[in-house]
Design a protein around this ligand. Structure first.
Ligand code: ADP
Ligand code: MG
Length: 451
């Protein structure tokens, strides 16, 4: 009577996994029915073993305590479908019990019962949108539960849910038209209504001005020519949030429908666990290994784009650039990968001391943004065929235009962003700190020479 989880990429089945219990996934439970190398850039050269599959899937469900919701719902359905003694559903069973949710990238799932029949889920109701206040209430609850040890990720159970990783309370929302006056709806994946944007609470009084800072850094990156998600700061019913346009979703203009694009977190492509985001948790792989992956599997020019992106982030003091804040974007079918547009990029400039100034992963050996000179820039490309001189030239080029990009972004954000009362002053102070830090780092870099 075991249920089976079918894993689909852009609608095509690639794997079938029989549900189990406990942390491990046994080899005999995984059946490959398609080319699984399309799922992950890390699987291009080998067929992943069951442990690699488990680790990859685990990145798709919420971290830590938040995954309780997934386990409980899975247990509920496992019991309903006749499996007695369900104690600790494994990761496949957890997704199986939540297969009607919307997942990141191009992946979706089908849950099959013990007789191989697809499980029919409760249809979401049509009372989709109950206004801004409702949205803010759901987000407040999400935020409360993050702070208090358990995270609430779903809308009303009848409205469809989104599975998102990360540490902050957040929701996927479907936005008709654009940010200026469009209507927001909860996604209803069962009806093909996918989310287009991610709304994340950034209202922590210990870290004021953060939403505006994230939007500013994302905008600066874009203006400096780095691929980065379009991002806005907004105040919803008094709650300060960041809105990010999903780059793993695509609008087909002819049908006005939203489709999936395949994207995975670098942690997935790198085959590391979800608690191995930072160098202090695990040293390898480093940013030089990410560039090596782009050299091996990436489109022409991707190593250069990667160096530019990393260089810009370090100079801006985006210290939280860890293995789950960098993504890999896949082509529609077979073909070279790209670095996904950056998300969750901010700056630690002017932040209260409790947040670390140390880079999540050292960049060319530099452990802080201030230590990032020409020598570090040259070392970054050490595992690719791109010479150190070329890497230094690219990063220095970025340093030459980053300050102008920041000035332009400041003007743009004044118009497009909403900054709440509690955050405005802190943001202004942090902006000043960022301008000073950036000027110092850019000058230092330009004057420095590689060994
Ligand atoms: N614009 C985006 N496009 C696609 N995926 C995104 C985007 N923004 C965030 N994500 C996904 O959602 C996850 C959580 O979002 P993030 O902003 O990093 O939240 P947190 O601050 O909690 O880490 C990311 O790790 C990434 O997988
Ligand atoms: Mg993140």
């Amino acid at each position: 009577m075991d249920g089976t989880l079918e894993v689909l990429l852009l609608g095509t089945p690639l794997m079938r996994i029989v549900n189990g219990q406990g942390p491990a996934l046994q080899e005999s439970r995984v059946e490959h029915v398609g080319d699984v190398s399309l799922l992950s850039a890390g699987w291009r050269e080998m067929k992943p073993d069951a442990e690699a599959v488990r680790e990859w899937l685990e990145h798709l469900i919420p971290e830590g305590e938040a995954s309780t919701i997934y386990r409980e719902r899975a247990q509920h359905f496992l019991k309903m479908y006749g499996e007695a003694n369900v104690r600790e559903p494994d990761v496949a069973a957890r997704i199986w019990g939540n297969a009607d949710r919307e997942y990141a990238g191009g992946v979706s799932f089908r849950a099959l019962d013990g007789d191989g029949r697809e499980i029919e889920w409760d249809a979401p109701t049509l009372e989709a949108y109950r206004g801004w206040k409702y949205l803010a209430d759901v987000l407040r609850r999400a935020d409360y539960e993050v702070t208090n040890g358990r995270r609430h990720l779903d809308w009303d159970p009848k409205l469809g849910q989104t599975s998102l990783s990360g540490m902050k309370g957040k929701l996927g929302v479907h936005l008709e038209e654009d940010m200026e006056g469009g209507v927001w709806r909860p996604p209803r994946p069962a009806d093909g209504l996918l989310s287009t944007h991610i709304v994340k609470v950034e209202d922590d009084p210990r870290n004021p001005g953060e939403a505006a800072m994230e939007s500013l850094v994302q905008t600066t990156l874009k203006l400096a020519g780095v691929r980065a998600a379009s991002t806005w700061a907004r105040v919803i019913d008094g709650l300060q949030v960041v809105v990010s346009e999903r780059s793993d979703r695509i609008r087909t203009p002819s049908q006005g429908r939203i489709g999936r694009r395949h994207q995975e977190e670098w942690a997935q492509a790198a085959g590391v666990g979800r608690r191995e985001k930072f160098a202090f948790e695990r040293m390898d792989p480093g940013l030089d290994d990410l560039l090596a992956l782009l050299a091996r599997e990436g489109a022409a020019g991707e190593v250069e784009k990667g160096i530019e992106a990393i260089g810009a982030c370090v100079l801006l003091g985006h210290t939280d650039m860890h293995r789950k804040n960098l993504g890999i974007r896949h082509p529609r079918l077979r073909g070279p990968i790209r670095l996904a547009p950056l998300y969750d990029a901010s700056s630690s400039s002017g932040r209260a001391q409790w947040i670390t100034r140390q880079l999540a992963l050292p960049a060319g050996g530099a452990e802080t943004p201030d230590a990032f000179g020409a020598e570090a820039a040259g070392t970054l490309a050490g595992k690719t065929t791109l010479g150190a001189e070329e890497a230094v030239r690219i990063v220095k080029g970025m340093a030459n235009r980053l300050q102008d990009a920041l000035s332009d972004a400041v003007r743009k954000c004044k118009v497009k962003d909403e900054v709440g009362k509690a955050h405005g002053e802190a943001y202004e102070a942090r902006l000043k700190a960022l301008e000073t830090d950036l000027a110092r780092r850019c000058l230092g870099l330009k004057l420095s020479n590689a060994a």
